[in-house]
Design a binder for this molecule. Structure first.
Ligand SMILES: [Zn+2]
Length: 403
């Protein structure tokens, strides 16, 4: 038996609901997806719960499950995953908070969770001023500049116990400030940030008024992916959370020029990175954000277009290339649904597809409707099924185990 190649495809947030604008079809039903649907007819197609009960329906939780780690066991928060993507090391007694630069109105209304989507050139001097005035290790607090409005604050771990609201859930509403045992410390830092942020923002022409802290967690301890699943590989994604999970799981994260979180993503470049990587590593995960972004923008046409890019530029050519590598398996599912109707994520189960070139099965369409009656499986169990033969070889030390 030769080596088996394992490919995981993640169209972020692609699962949806019927959309009026698409004549009552979902984007998966409305899009022309000949390659995906042909694959589905030869695959196990089912329904998977990517967001376990009680956890927030975010890409951090969903992609953790797709990578084969039970979120209920391994998820500690969103910020420590972003910290890993940014190369920020967290000590065991530290906690990372996502630190947005936001715009609050005089009446504490959340006017803009992204402070007018200021640029990194604008935000970095603001974060530098914050670190100089309020951080720099004083009381164990430090600021780390990220991208645009998205930054990080590291604090001592006794700051962790607080209930914080993501600022994008408060747009146009009264700010809901942190509550809980550590809330006083967080509120003090957020209050202290106001004069520093407004002064530094005026210098760079930004409307930011203060910081907003949320998404906290300690560094999660993920067993190495290669040890857990017996196969080593790489991933491509333009999204920090997915890249951070790669860092934490010991999966090599590729920088693919042209890969972006927007509608201009270079699908072919990500596909070429996948095919190239399979020459010397057996596992690859390819994540594209555009479907999720279209969901947030409630833009059905862009969601359909993104799915058709997937079909034409990734799935079709990939299915032509894979037989050249020998036996192969493909797992495809989104990390959560992002229905156009809502413009935000839900915890609804999503359709998944599991293809094995060595096993003949009778499939079905890859759509929400085709799997509607099926009992959902836990998504974090699918990686073990995808890679089962790799673990068998690893245990036996038999042929096909790369040296
Ligand atoms: Zn999203």
């Amino acid at each position: 038996m030769g080596l088996v190649k394992y490919v995981v495809l993640v169209p972020d947030g692609c699962a949806d609901e019927p959309v009026d604008e698409l004549d009552g079809k979902t984007p998966l039903e409305a899009a022309a997806l000949p390659n995906l649907q042909a694959l589905a007819r030869r695959s196990e197609v089912g329904r998977a719960t990517v967001i376990p009960g009680g956890l927030p329906p975010g890409s951090d939780v969903g992609n953790l499950a797709i990578l084969g780690y039970d979120p209920l066991e391994f998820h500690t928060g969103r910020a420590p995953i972003e910290a890993a993507a940014m190369g920020v090391d967290l000590a065991p007694d530290e906690v990372a908070y996502r630190c947005n630069l936001v715009t609050l109105g005089a009446d504490d209304t959340m006017v803009d969770f992204a402070a007018g989507h200021l640029s990194s050139e604008q935000s970095h001097p603001i974060v530098a001023a914050l670190d100089a005035e309020l951080g720099n290790g004083r009381d164990g607090v430090r600021f780390h500049a990220g991208v645009e409005y998205r930054h990080l604050v590291v604090t001592p771990s006794d700051w962790a116990d607080a209930d914080c609201t993501p600022p994008h859930d408060l747009t146009g509403k009264p700010a809901r400030f942190p509550t809980g045992p550590a809330a006083a410390k967080l509120l003090a830092l957020m209050d202290a940030s106001r004069p520093v942020v407004t002064a530094a923002a005026a210098e760079v022409g930004s409307i930011a008024t203060q910081i907003w802290l949320w998404g906290q967690g300690v560094r999660p301890t993920l067993p190495r992916f290669a040890d857990r699943f017996g196969v080593d590989g790489r991933l491509t994604s333009a999204v920090d959370l997915v890249r951070g999970l790669g860092v934490l799981a010991g999966i090599e994260v590729l920088d693919v020029p042209g890969a972006s979180a927007g509608f201009d993503n270079d699908y072919a470049a990500q596909r070429d990175a996948c095919v190239g990587s399979l020459r010397d590593r057996d596992f690859f995960l390819l994540h594209v954000e555009a479907t999720d972004e279209a969901g947030h923008q409630q833009n059905a046409a862009e969601k359909v277009a993104a799915l058709e890019h997937w079909d034409r530029e990734i799935i079709g050519p990939l299915l032509e290339a894979l037989p050249g590598f020998g036996p192969h398996r493909v797992l495809l599912l989104p990390d959560h649904a992002t229905p156009i109707r809502l413009g935000t994520h839900t915890s609804d189960p999503v359709p998944y597809l599991l293809y094995d070139s060595e096993v003949q099965v009778e499939g079905r369409a890859y759509t929400e409707t085709a799997v509607a009656g099926l009992t959902p499986v836990a998504a974090h169990g699918l990686m073990g099924r995808l890679t089962a033969s790799a673990r068998l070889r690893a245990v036996r030390g038999g042929p096909g185990r790369a040296g």
